[in-house]
Write a protein that binds this ligand. Sequence first.
Ligand SMILES: Cc1cc2nc3c(=O)[nH]c(=O)nc-3n(C[C@H](O)[C@H](O)[C@H](O)COP(=O)(O)O)c2cc1C
Length: 365
Amino acid sequence: MKFEDPLELKSGMTLQNGFALAPLTNTQSNSDGTLHEGELKWLVRRAGSFGLISTCAAYVSPEGKAWVGQLGIAEDKHITGLKRLTRSVHQKGSKIIIQLYHGGSKAELVPQKISASSDANIKEATIEDIERITEDFVAAARRAEIAGFDGVEIHGANGYLFTQFLSPVLNKRKDRYGGGIQGRARFLREVTKRIHEAVHDDFAIFVRISPVDFFANLGLLLKDSMQVSQWVAQDGADVVHLSLRSAWGAAPHETDQTPVVSRIKKAVGESAMVAAAGGIWNLEDLIKYEQVGGDIAVIGKAAIVHPDWPKQALNGCFSPILPPWNPDYLKTVDVGKNFINYLKRFPGLVDGGAPPRTIEENLKS
Ligand SMILES: Cc1cc2nc3c(=O)[nH]c(=O)nc-3n(C[C@H](O)[C@H](O)[C@H](O)COP(=O)(O)O)c2cc1C
């Protein structure tokens, strides 16, 4: 199994293995975005077994903050706590990146939300807004270097600001940031390039995208995502990280049923590595993912219940603890109270939380 081997990225960063903890929002930060003990414990507990630890989505500016308890990297005061985090993770032998985030129209906590195009209560981003936000991302990446991170991930997935620009449904702009995929990808590319220019060569850059629609009809086409992946790799990304429902699956509704990861991998060639998350629970899933060509295996939900998932899963007899999970058990694996409360919002994840979805509801989502 290749994920057991050390892996060197374009930047020169070497991971002790090809397993990564997915960025997982846990709503445990202090109200000013500084790191809370609970978040430190949650991440450090998973270091050592995962070669790469990723923080949750961290806001790069107050105007991009989307939820209470979100981690911040928007101000210098955030650096002290983050330094503790990187030091503790490094002591366990893993590398750590921070996910840089702006919610755009999903920044629910701010009085004036902005996005690619205007809508009820949402302002269309002006060129000045785009320039300011670009600076915010660059400043956040510099803070990440100071705080001792090994790299950053630009969050271009899951419906947030950059997805709003990439989506032909949400982006109706007539200027150079809209129109065809070249215009819609411009903002994400500029941020990638500017971060690449601003940081040291050995500082890794991951770019996360949603290569296909799976939870909303945003018009995200795989052929556009293949092009965007190629572009961001040219712009300085070491890794294109795909947010998928199935890490080894094909794009729904496309005639070509070649798995998404294989197609993106072919598009980027040697210029970047490909990471993907989506439904990897056990060794069988991991083998399916390895076969489609992924370089880094990203584990989300299974890592919540299994802090040592890579070691456990490689043992063929392992069967994961499937949801709904018992909150008392979650506490034993350093999933704190606020995180458990957050998980309760997801259908069927935690005992006493939102009920599971019916098959029909799943099909509709
Ligand atoms: C509780 C929870 C929080 C998440 N938070 C984030 C996040 O902060 N940033 C992000 O890019 N994706 C986030 N995701 C998506 C995961 O990174 C991952 O893509 C998804 O869970 C699919 O992988 P899995 O099937 O292994 O869980 C979150 C998912 C869950 C369940």
